[in-house]
Design a protein around this ligand. Structure first.
Ligand code: RIB
Ligand code: CA
Length: 313
């Protein structure tokens, strides 16, 4: 089977870092054509540094990394240093990157790649705000029909919000971009908080990651160890949710997940509910389904996969 070709669009972020590592650990199944960075958890300059740090941690300094949009389409940037630390990658001490940042803008890389490659051969994996993806669709509408699938981390329904009472961070930061992406008609799989909050790095799982015994294992244990300090206070749970790696795990082993085809519309009018993913779970409207809403996960199977693959790096 030929490896699936993907572009990871990201705002690293500890959980982004684990998603990138998981993808880079599986070259037999996934060919990472490039990593496009966006402003989100921390400003763009830091996300481009963090993405390269992670590539070099995986000894994959040949993966091209691109800088993208430094602010949302129509709102001021909101960042999340209180969750990810000032660097966006707090936890382990990792060396500054030596690999270069590509000269090409991330949006142009997305457009050029989709134009140059066969239709329906490239999957987009956005795990931060959707600004780069939406900008590419606005600048080059011809590429929309060429996208094979979008597998994104974002949104929430029964789980409610994590940055406002009703909105999840990635969608809230750039709701106008999300409106474009969810309305583009591309086959779309969403990994909302409803499923990612079931992928918790418990102490036992963190110990198993550390027990991999490699620099990657130790770094991931420290990344998730830092990330988890935030969760128990708010959610009273043991461990941090591994949001972004759920997208890569779906591509590797979709049977670990359960989902439902639903209609999702993005709130962009009211400040009170800005960025809410209004999910027609019970089919109350005549709006056609536009997303596969993933709501359940075999968490033990997910962590078994993660640990087994990270050990390859
Ligand atoms: O709400 C969780 C999402 O916001 C994750 O992608 C995390 O990295 C942050 O970007
Ligand atoms: Ca992210």
């Amino acid at each position: 089977m030929t490896a699936g070709q993907i572009i990871i669009d990201t705002d690293p972020g500890q959980d982004d870092a684990v998603a990138i590592l998981l993808a880079l650990a599986c070259p037999d199944a996934l060919e990472v054509l490039g990593i496009t960075c966006v402003a989100g958890n921390v400003p763009l300059e830091l996300t481009t540094i963090n993405a390269r740090i992670i590539c070099e941690l995986a000894d994959k300094g040949d993966v091209p990394v691109f800088a993208g949009c430094d602010r949302p389409l129509g709102r001021d940037l909101v960042t999340a240093e209180h969750v990810h630390g000032r660097s966006g990658l707090d936890g382990p001490t990792l060396p500054a990157p030596t690999m270069p940042l590509q000269d090409k803008h991330a949006v142009d890389f997305i457009i050029d790649t989709l134009r140059e490659r066969p239709a329906k051969s490239v999957t987009l994996v956005p795990i931060g705000p959707l600004t780069n993806i939406a900008t590419a669709f606005k600048n080059a509408p011809d590429i929309i029909e060429k996208v094979k699938e979008i597998v994104l981390m974002g949104g929430a329904h029964f789980a409610q919000g994590n940055v406002t009472p009703v909105a999840e961070f990635n969608i809230h930061v750039d709701p106008h971009a999300a409106e474009i992406v969810f309305g583009a008609g591309v086959p779309l799989v969403m990994m909302p908080l409803d499923v990612t909050h079931k992928a918790l790095v418990t102490r036992a799982r963190n110990a198993a990651i550390r027990a991999i015994g490699t620099p990657v294992g130790r770094a991931v244990a420290e990344l998730t160890g830092f990330f988890e300090r935030y969760n128990p206070d708010r959610y009273g749970e043991d461990g941090a949710p591994l949001h972004d790696p759920c997208t890569i795990a779906w591509l590797l082993k979709p049977d670990l997940f359960k989902g439902r085809r639903v209609n999702v519309v993005i709130e962009t009018q009211s400040e009170l509910t800005m960025g809410m993913t209004v999910t027609d779970w019970w089919g109350c409207t005549d709006r056609p389904p536009n997303a596969t809403f993933i709501h359940d996960i075999d968490a033990n199977g997910f962590f078994d996969l993660l640990i087994e693959r990270l050990a390859r790096l």
